[in-house]
Design a protein around this ligand. Structure first.
Ligand code: ZN
Length: 59
């Protein structure tokens, strides 16, 4: 079970640091593996807006 199309995920990177993203099925978000920024996924569409993202406050 994937939040988004695997082919779509494969081309997505974090808009702020261009790091790889990982899916968090439990939270329904994509998370940057580099800086931990989370991006919400709505109806299978990742919302890659920095304004919507929730930085962890680290780094
Ligand atoms: Zn990032």
């Amino acid at each position: 079970m994937s939040l988004i199309d695997p082919q779509l995920k494969a081309i997505l990177v974090c808009p702020t640091c261009h790091g790889d993203l990982e899916e968090d099925d439990a939270k329904g978000v994509l998370r940057c593996q580099n800086d931990g920024t989370e991006f919400p996924v709505r109806d299978g569409i990742p919302i890659m807006l920095v304004d919507d993202a929730k930085p962890t406050g680290e780094g």
